[in-house]
Design a protein around this ligand. Structure first.
Ligand code: ASP
Length: 584
C-alpha cells in the first residue's frame, strides 16, 4: 500500500493516527536537529517533521538529502503542530515520520512548482508535465473534468446518446483549411480530419438517433490568432423533429445547469437578440451585455453641417463612455492612438465632452453647436460627466472598430467582471456572407443551414438579405456555441450548393453521400456545437483557453514538449507515395 491517506485530508481529528503518505517533495527546511518537509500530491500539502529528539539521526540525515520533486513514501504519526497554518486544510497537524522511502529521485526542475512560478510560458509548455503539478493548471484541468461530467450527466438525463464519429474522413466545410492525412493503402489519396462532425451527426439523424451528442476533437488549419488551437474540443449536438425553439430551450437548459452546478449562479431566461440588432447596437455578433455603452447611430443628427468626414460616411456612430469627461486631453489622444493602431484600423475619432453643467465641448466645435451636441448625447445615452466617442466611415469597418473600443474601455473601466455571467442568444443570422476579396457569397454558418421559411426565393434577387435558421449562444462577449436548423431535402440542398458556387459534379463528389441520404426519409433536424475549451475558460473566469488544455499547442501550432510537427523519414514517405517539394 503506497498510501493510507492523501496529502490534503489529514486534520486535527486524525491526531495520533498512524498513516502512510506518498507524494512529491515541495520544499524542506533544515535546522540541523529538526527538518520539515512539505509533501505534495494532487490533493494538497502535508507537513512532515523529522526531529532528533523523537526520530533517529539516520532518518534526519535521509531527510536532509531529499531534493525538490523527489517522490517519497513516509510512515508516521499524525501530531498537533506547534505553529499552525490556517491557510491550508492540513495546517493544524504534521506527520512525525518514523520511516522514509525514496520512490524516485528528481533532477532539479527548470522552474519552481509554485502557484506563482518563475517559469515563463515557453519553458512551462516544454515541461508541461511539471506545469501540471502546479495548482493553477491542475485546478483548471479538474475544473474542466467537472464541466464535462456535468454536460454528460445533463444531456444523458435529457435522453441524448453519445456516439463517436470517425476522425479519418473527407472535408467538412466549416470555413477553415483541412488538416489532411495521406492514405498508405490508397496511394495518392488523403483523408481530411473533421473540422466538425457536421455531416456525420446529420447522418445519425437520418439513422433515427434523434438526440445525439459527443465531446469531440475538431481540427482546423487556420492561422492561429491569439487563443485559438488547431485542435479543439466541441460539445457537438444534434436533434431530430425539432424546430429552433426546441433547440434553444434544451441548450439554454444545459448552459443554465452548468452555471448552477459549476459556478453556483442562477441565471434568468436568456435574452434573444436579432443578429441585425446585435450589429447595430454593439457592432458585433457576440455582444458583451454585462454593461451598456450601446451604439447610437448619428447620421441623422450629423449630416446637416459642412463636416465632410461625416457627410461622406456610410455610418456615423458613437458610444457614451461613463465618466469619460474626466479624461485629460493627453489621455484622449492616447485613446485615439490606440484606435488608430493597425489591429483596430480607425482613421481617427471625434469626441464630445459632456460637462457637469450640461454644456458640451467637442473636437469639432467649428461645425457643431450645443444643440447638435445635445442630440449626440441623447442618441448615445450620454449623461453629464461622460465622453461621447464617435467614429465614421464604411459601416462594417466602423462597427468593428467601435466595438473594439467599447470592449477596451469597458475592460479599463472594470465593467467586464469575470464573476458576472450574461448569456444571450443571437438569432436570425444571414444565410450568406459576401467575401470582399473574391466577390462571392459563402455560407455564413455552413452549407447545410436552412434559410428562414419563405426566403429561398430571395436567394436569386438579394442573396445578402436572406436570413437563416441559425443561432449563436454568446456568453460575456464570446461565442460559446452556434448551430442551425438544417436543410433536410435534396432539392433545397442542391439550390444551396448552386448558390455557393458548387457545380453539380463538385457537390456530388464532395457531398453526394449526404444528398443520397436525404432521399431516404431524412427527418427535420437541427443542432449546435459548443466550444468546450472556451466555455470552460469563461466559466473558470479566465480569458485564455490554453490554461484549460492539458497539452496545448503554441501560436505556431507546435507542441514544444513532444516537438511536433516533425519530419518523417524517407521510408515512411515512400510507403505513403509522397515526395516533398520544400521551398528553401
Ligand atoms: N458544426 C457546426 C460548427 O462547428 C455546429 C453546428 O452547426 O451544429 O460550428
Amino acid at each position: 500500500m503506497y498510501r493510507s491517506h492523501n496529502c490534503g485530508e489529514l486534520t486535527a481529528t486524525h491526531i495520533n493516527t498512524e498513516v502512510t503518505l506518498s507524494g512529491w517533495v515541495q520544499k524542506s527546511r533544515d535546522k540541523g536537529f529538526i527538518v520539515w518537509v512539505d509533501l505534495r500530491d494532487r490533493y494538497g500539502i502535508t507537513q512532515l517533521v523529522f526531529d532528533e529528539e523523537r526520530t533517529s539521526k539516520d532518518l534526519i540525515e535521509q531527510a536532509q538529502n531529499l531534493g525538490r520533486e523527489f517522490v517519497i513514501q513516509v510512515k508516521g504519526t499524525v501530531i498537533e503542530r506547534a505553529s499552525k497554518n490556517s491557510k491550508i486544510p492540513t495546517g493544524d497537524i504534521e506527520i512525525l515520520v518514523s520511516e522514509l522511502k525514496i520512490l524516485n529521485e528528481s533532477i532539479l526542475p527548470p522552474f519552481t512548482i509554485e502557484d506563482k512560478t518563475d517559469g515563463g510560458e515557453d519553458i512551462r509548455m516544454k515541461y508541461r508535465y511539471l506545469d501540471i503539478r502546479r495548482n493553477p493548471v491542475k485546478n483548471s484541468l479538474i475544473f474542466r473534468s467537472k464541466v464535462s461530467q456535468e454536460v454528460r450527466s445533463y444531456l444523458s438525463k435529457e435522453g441524448f446518446i453519445e456516439v463517436e464519429t470517425p476522425y479519418l474522413i473527407k472535408s467538412t466545410p466549416e470555413g477553415a483549411r483541412d488538416f489532411v492525412v495521406p492514405s498508405r493503402m490508397n496511394a495518392g489519396e488523403f483523408y481530411a480530419l473533421p473540422q466538425s462532425p457536421q455531416t456525420f451527426k446529420q447522418l445519425l439523424m437520418v439513422g433515427g438517433m434523434d438526440k445525439y451528442f459527443q465531446i469531440v476533437k475538431c481540427f482546423r488549419d487556420e492561422d492561429l490568432r491569439a487563443d485559438r488551437q488547431p485542435e479543439f474540443t466541441q460539445i457537438d449536438c444534434e436533434m431530430a423533429f425539432v424546430d429552433q425553439e426546441d433547440i434553444l430551450n434544451v441548450f439554454e437548459g444545459l448552459t443554465r445547469h452548468l452555471l448552477k452546478e459549476v459556478n453556483g449562479v442562477d441565471v434568468e431566461k436568456f435574452p434573444r437578440m436579432l443578429y441585425d440588432d446585435a450589429m447595430r447596437l454593439y457592432g458585433n455578433d457576440k455582444p458583451d451585455i454585462r454593461f451598456g455603452m450601446e451604439f447610437g447611430e448619428l447620421n441623422a443628427v450629423t449630416q446637416h453641417k459642412e463636416f465632410g468626414v461625416f457627410n461622406n460616411a456610410e455610418l456615423v456612430v458613437g458610444i457614451a463612455v461613463p465618466g469619460g469627461n474626466s479624461y485629460t486631453r493627453k489621455e484622449i489622444d492616447k485613446l485615439i492612438d490606440w484606435i488608430k493602431r493597425p489591429q483596430v484600423g480607425a482613421l481617427g475619432m471625434i469626441y464630445s465632452r459632456c460637462n457637469d453643467d450640461g454644456s458640451f465641448k467637442s473636437s469639432v466645435d467649428k461645425f457643431y453647436d450645443q444643440d447638435d451636441l445635445a442630440k449626440w448625447a441623447e442618441v448615445t445615452g450620454a449623461k453629464p460627466g461622460d465622453l461621447v466617442c464617435v467614429l465614421s466611415g464604411d459601416k462594417n469597418k466602423v462597427r468593428a472598430q467601435l466595438s473594439a473600443l467599447r470592449m477596451e474601455l469597458a475592460e479599463r473601466l472594470g465593467l467586464r467582471d469575470p464573476k458576472v455571467f450574461a448569456p444571450l442568444w443571437v438569432i436570425d443570422f444571414p444565410l450568406l456572407e459576401l467575401d470582399e476579396e473574391t466577390g462571392h457569397y459563402h455560407a455564413m454558418h455552413h452549407p447545410f443551414t436552412s434559410p428562414k421559411p419563405g426566403q429561398i426565393e430571395l436567394l436569386d434577387s438579394n442573396p445578402g438579405e436572406v436570413k437563416a435558421n441559425a443561432y449563436d449562444l454568446v456568453l460575456n462577449g464570446n461565442e460559446i456555441g452556434g448551430g442551425s436548423i438544417r436543410i433536410h431535402d435534396k432539392e433545397t440542398q442542391a439550390i444551396m450548393f448552386k448558390h455557393l458556387g458548387f457545380s453539380e459534379e463538385e457537390a456530388k463528389a464532395q457531398f453526394g453521400f449526404l444528398m443520397d441520404a436525404f432521399q431516404y426519409g431524412a427527418p427535420p433536424h437541427g443542432g449546435l456545437a459548443f466550444g468546450l475549451d472556451r466555455l470552460v475558460a469563461i466559466l473558470g473566469g479566465q480569458e485564455t483557453i490554453r490554461d484549460f488544455i492539458a497539452f496545448p499547442k503554441n501560436n505556431s501550432g507546435r507542441d514544444v514538449m513532444i516537438d511536433a510537427p516533425a519530419p518523417i523519414d524517407d521510408k515512411q514517405l515512400t510507403e505513403l507515395s509522397l515526395k516533398l517539394n520544400l521551398k528553401s
